[in-house]
Design a binder for this molecule. Structure first.
Ligand code: ZN
Ligand code: ZN
Length: 219
């Protein structure tokens, strides 16, 4: 299992990086990105601290740990600059908090995120076909989530992504230990979104590819 979208105490997660990654390793995860909620006020507080511990925790627990960020509720015109800043600070996985239907995320966030240097557009809600096509053209992954609330539009996201040829990943958006679901549950959520077994397999391959790319960029 790979989860490229998780939260620690640096935002609203329950665990510090050491415990989150330890629990992920024990739960059988082979890679995890720590992607706390960030805006232009706190990128420099969060990212360097995650960078500082990621490789050592990964080596200690036997999984790949990537420092990242989830750009969250940033006014759309500022998302590209925030992504550049996050990358400069060492974020290897940049998630942008998309237009989930359970929060008042600003209209235009999905489109601005897909024009920026991000890796994953999380819970993109009622994503349009044009947005899915932009994701496909830019190689940005769209997210199927196991998280309650955000998952209400998984079926729509899957349908749009498949029609546009955009890549999908399955993430937990883990905030607490119980959110690190089993491989069987992640697969079931993917199937519940309307994906075939083969399409779920492709999601897992997409996550593995993102990990490889992140490691290559990070040097
Ligand atoms: Zn989010
Ligand atoms: Zn999140």
């Amino acid at each position: 299992m790979i989860d490229l979208h998780t939260h620690t105490l640096f935002s609203d997660g329950e665990l510090i990086p050491a415990e989150l990654t330890r629990r992920a390793a024990v739960a059988g995860y082979r890679a995890l990105a720590m992607t706390d909620h960030g805006d232009l006020s706190n990128l420099d507080l969060i990212i360097p601290r995650l960078v500082r511990v990621a490789a050592d925790l990964g080596a200690a627990w036997g999984l790949t740990v990537l420092p990242g960020i989830e750009l969250t509720h940033i006014p759309p015109p500022q998302i590209a600059a925030a992504a550049r800043e996050a990358r400069r600070l060492g974020a290897r996985i940049i998630v942008c908090h998309g237009e989930t239907i359970v929060e008042p995320v600003a209209a235009g966030t999905n489109a601005a995120a897909l024009a920026a240097d991000i890796d994953i557009l999380s819970h993109p809600g009622l994503l349009t076909q044009a947005e899915a096509e932009l994701a496909a053209a830019r190689g940005i992954c769209l997210e199927i989530t196991t998280r309650k609330g955000h998952s209400l539009t998984n079926g729509h996201v899957a349908k749009m992504a498949l029609a546009a040829g955009a890549k999908l990943v399955i993430n937990n958006d883990a905030h607490a230990p119980g959110d690190l679901v089993s491989p069987a549950m992640a697969r079931a959520v993917g199937r519940g979104a309307g994906l075939s077994e083969e399409q779920v397999d492709q999601c897992l391959k997409n996550s593995a590819e993102l990990v490889e790319k992140a490691l290559a960029i990070g040097g």
